[in-house]
Design a protein around this ligand. Structure first.
Ligand code: SAM
Length: 346
């Protein structure tokens, strides 16, 4: 098994059979070996530097109905909000002062924010902060619209594929959403020139090891610049409320395998990892992650961006508490940097 991990570190890819073998084991020594190799790999490239992104969750209104997500349109218990342009620009202003040089605008697929409005917003942010990167994470659009976002100045786009198995995709989403379209979006984004982020849920309902192998193989083909994975965490007002959360150790092991397969990638220690266990963020970094995305949204709205129960948005997760984040990272030998943190090949 160690040999397989060495092969992954060297070749940056494995076959389905090899991934299957690595995922079937629950041997703590194998997990520990992957962690050690992944940490070394990240250290060799990024040193002890962790890139930070200011996350602005600007709308929780969504036309989609994904079965796992608390923002799904059928959730009538969700207190909906949409930030104004002024509020978003204010978040950027605060974020810039705190040392953020990437702003991530994430939201549901909210028709109230038309494509024109998004373009205008992006160009305003880029004009005010020309030294900053703007990342969009607002779901599926046509290629033409993605091109317009890019021309307006957006640098990066996050769109998780969620699961790379078609049948599994259909168990997590209503019929109007499909994997082929999700993939089409990802390839279009990449061709247009965005730095692209993808990723998947770990431990989502009905997930099998074969599905996870498909996820790892899909990422091997897509080769995105950013890879975000996190455990599925149930939300009480969704059809998946009774399913268990994803396993933290499996999630961390997958972070390590992804780091080995994608040594230069930007891999965040996601909020879901931090929400599931106390020191999840630090653990993810020790397993090879190199990005954290603290929350820059106005505090009055944070509780309403409820993707899953007990989602963190305070303490080290809050952008204004950068000092807390810094102290927690320093305790494990890392520090943040004031840098756009673009993808580069080392
Ligand atoms: N609407 C955009 C999209 O579809 O990419 C961005 C927002 S979406 C809410 C952001 C991510 O939240 C999704 O890609 C999904 O993986 C994650 N998410 C949603 N519900 C979740 C849950 N119950 N547990 C963990 N992650 C969840």
């Amino acid at each position: 098994m160690r040999q397989l991990i060495d092969t992954l570190a060297k070749e940056r890819q494995l076959s389905r059979e090899q991934y299957r073998e690595l995922l079937q084991t629950r041997d703590a020594c194998v997990y520990a070996y992957a962690e050690e190799k992944a940490r070394e790999t990240a250290r060799a490239r990024f040193g002890n530097k962790i890139f930070i992104r200011g996350l602005i969750e600007f709308s929780n209104i969504c036309k989609n109905d994904c079965y796992y997500c608390g923002l799904r349109r059928s959730n009538t218990a969700c207190n909906r909000y949409r930030l104004t342009e002024e509020e978003i620009l204010d978040c950027c202003k605060q974020g810039y002062a705190l040392g953020f040089r990437t702003f991530v605008l994430q939201g549901g697929e909210d028709g109230g924010y038309s494509d024109d409005r998004i373009c205008l917003l992006v160009s305003k942010i880029k004009k005010s902060y020309p030294d900053c990167a703007v990342t969009l994470s607002i779901g599926e659009r046509s290629r033409e619209v993605y091109q317009r976002f890019y021309d307006a100045g957006a640098d990066r786009y996050l769109l998780r594929h969620e699961t790379a198995d078609e049948e599994h995709y259909a168990k997590l989403h209503p019929a109007e959403l499909n994997l082929a379209e999700r993939k089409r979006c990802l390839y279009d984004l990449k061709e247009i020139g965005f730095q692209v982020g993808s990723g998947f849920l770990v431990g989502s309902p009905y997930q099998t090891i074969e599905h996870l192998c498909s996820d790892l193989l899909f990422l091997q083909t897509l080769r995105p610049q950013m890879i975000g994975i996190g455990p599925f965490i149930p939300h009480e007002d969704t059809p998946f409320k009774s399913f268990p959360a994803g396993d933290i150790n499996l999630t961390l092991y997958l972070v390590s395998l992804l780091r080995l397969a994608h040594p230069d990638a930007l891999i965040p220690a996601t909020t879901a990892v931090g929400s599931l266990v106390e020191n999840g963020r630090e653990q993810a970094i020790l397993h090879g992650a190199n990005v954290v995305m603290p929350n820059l949204s106005p505090s009055k709205n944070r509780g309403d961006y409820s993707l899953y129960n007990n989602k963190l948005s305070d303490g080290a997760e809050a952008a204004e508490s950068r000092a807390i984040l810094e102290a927690r990272l320093s305790a494990i030998g890392y520090c943040t940097v004031t840098d756009r943190g673009d993808y580069k090949v080392y």
